[in-house]
Ligand binder design. Structure first.
Ligand code: PMP
Length: 464
């Protein structure tokens, strides 16, 4: 049995597990590197330790100092663990798209947590990056870890993850598959494996379909911590310097549904309880492995544990609410209403519209209410549930114009109501009925996290 003199020594050094069930019938062996077995529970322990040690060495972090970071959660957990061990105050900014479990874990390790809204353009003062930058400027002795541009992040993987995999596979690895968040993991590990193999290892990025890294439109998606989301109002967008795109030979683009369901299979069939980004990575790895032969060897990296997502992808209710889960049989579900002609064409109002333009749009809508959405030039993946930012009712616009409270050239902003409630396509009709009885005029129907239509009270089988 291993004995550690310091918890820090239990960072990394994670085992590989062969995927025997999900990989059944595939000639090339697929091994999963279980980063959730690192002491802080994720791959980011490695980057956190590496960045703290580098900052101590170059003098940017001194005794009594404060560590500050913006993170989807795991880097913060690593920084909290390492930082508190080494005597620092730790402040972590997370987005409201990160799971609540991660914030709870951060607090448990002694970090102070600041939550910022995810749906903001980068230049907005309340964007997570600006919030932590301000804190770092205001607090004496503060050091901003900045995993996105900190070379000690990819370097952690050049020194540890890469060599571990090379040694564990006795140099037999031919393909390395991982997701890309800051890019530290894939750049450092992939870069090392390419170098040590003389260029023989192929590096595959596993990316959410909508993410910009693999060629998506940057619209929202449901796998947290990987991919590149771009708010449509972002003025200047740059990719992290921790990501070295030249290391990635190609991307496999994976839908939210496939990522979430693959993660669930990983737990149920392989006994590996991992997070959604592990689902993306494994789905990509299996796709890659199916094209390979018995002499190839695929290693896929599982960044964190499913325990941080019990309220999300491991909750049947959550999956059903976002339209990822439909169970045949039982009570009639919302899907039944979607096929009806009056629910079919979804009309939306762009958030930047004028009242006059919006009224023209609303005039053809049954019930006279439509979702207000963030404008995006193109939506190849449809409208995301998180793109819906409000609602607008024709009756209210007409009244405001008639009473002279507003003019047709005014923006809709003042009359914009709260977003219509959403209901997953697999939820029972009783769930929709409860929303209407609570006074909502309509509900947005979600399928795979995307907007599939609008339903109104009058559509329920026994009408109003
Ligand atoms: N998956 C999870 C769960 C993560 O927390 C992260 C880190 N953001 C990643 C994947 C991506 O790792 P990296 O930042 O090294 O690209």
């Amino acid at each position: 049995m291993t004995v550690f003199e310091s918890v820090q020594d239990a960072i990394g050094g994670t085992p590989l597990f062969r995927l025997t069930r999900l990989g059944a019938g595939i000639a090339a062996p697929v091994y999963a590197k279980a980063e959730f077995l690192s002491i802080g529970g994720s791959v980011k322990d490695r980057a956190a330790l590496s960045m703290v040690l580098a900052a101590e060495q170059d003098g940017s972090l001194r005794p009594g100092g404060t560590i500050i970071e913006a993170t989807s959660g795991n880097t913060g957990i690593g920084l909290a663990l390492v930082g508190r061990l080494r005597g620092y105050r730790v402040i972590v900014g997370v987005s409201d798209r990160s799971s609540v479990e991660k914030s709870d874990i951060l607090r448990a390790y002694g970090a102070e947590v600041v939550v910022a809204p995810a749906a903001l353009p980068k230049q907005h003062p309340d964007h997570l990056f600006n919030v932590v930058r301000r804190l770092a400027a205001e607090i004496p002795g503060a050091w901003l870890a900045n995993q996105y541009d900190n070379p000690a992040n990819p370097d952690a993987h050049v020194r540890t993850t890469g060599p571990e995999i090379w040694e564990q596979t006795a140099g037999r690895i031919t393909h390395f598959v991982a997701g890309v968040g800051t890019g530290g993991t894939i750049s450092g590990t992939g870069g090392y494996l390419k170098k040590v193999s003389g260029g023989a290892v192929t590096v595959v990025g596993a990316d959410p379909e909508a993410s910009e890294y693999g060629g998506g439109d940057g619209s929202p998606y449901f796998v947290e911590s990987i991919g590149h989301f771009v708010h449509p109002e972002t003025v200047e967008d740059v990719w992290p310097q921790s990501f070295h795109p030249e290391v990635v030979d190609r991307f496999e683009r994976i839908s939210d549904r496939e990522s979430l369901l693959t993660a669930r299979s990983l737990a149920r069939e392989e006994g590996l309880l991992a997070g959604p980004s592990s689902g993306t990575a494994v789905a990509a790895a299996l796709r890659v492995a199916r094209t390979l032969g018995p002499d190839d060897l695929v290693v896929v990296l599982l960044p964190d544990s499913g325990r941080s997502y019990l309220s999300k992808l491991y909750s049947d209710d959550w999956l059903r609410e976002w339209g990822f889960l439909e169970e045949p049989g039982g009570e009639p579900t919302v899907r039944e209403l979607l096929g009806r002609p009056d629910g079919a064409d979804l009309v939306t109002v762009a958030a930047g519209s004028t009242l006059g333009a919006a009224l023209t749009v609303l005039s053809g809508v049954p019930g006279g209410v439509a979702p207000v959405v963030t404008p995006r030039p193109e939506r190849p993946f449809g409208l995301s549930g998180t793109d819906v930012v409000g609602s607008l009712a024709a009756a209210e616009v007409e009244a405001a114009l008639a009473e002279g409270r507003a003019r047709p050239t005014d923006p809709i902003t003042a009359l914009r109501g709260r977003p219509l409630p959403t209901v997953g396509v697999g939820q029972p009709l009783s769930a929709a009925r409860a929303l209407f009885e609570a006074g909502h005029p309509a509900a947005v129907v979600l399928l795979d996290g995307r907007v599939a239509g609008l339903i109104r009270h009058a559509q329920l089988p026994d009408g109003r």
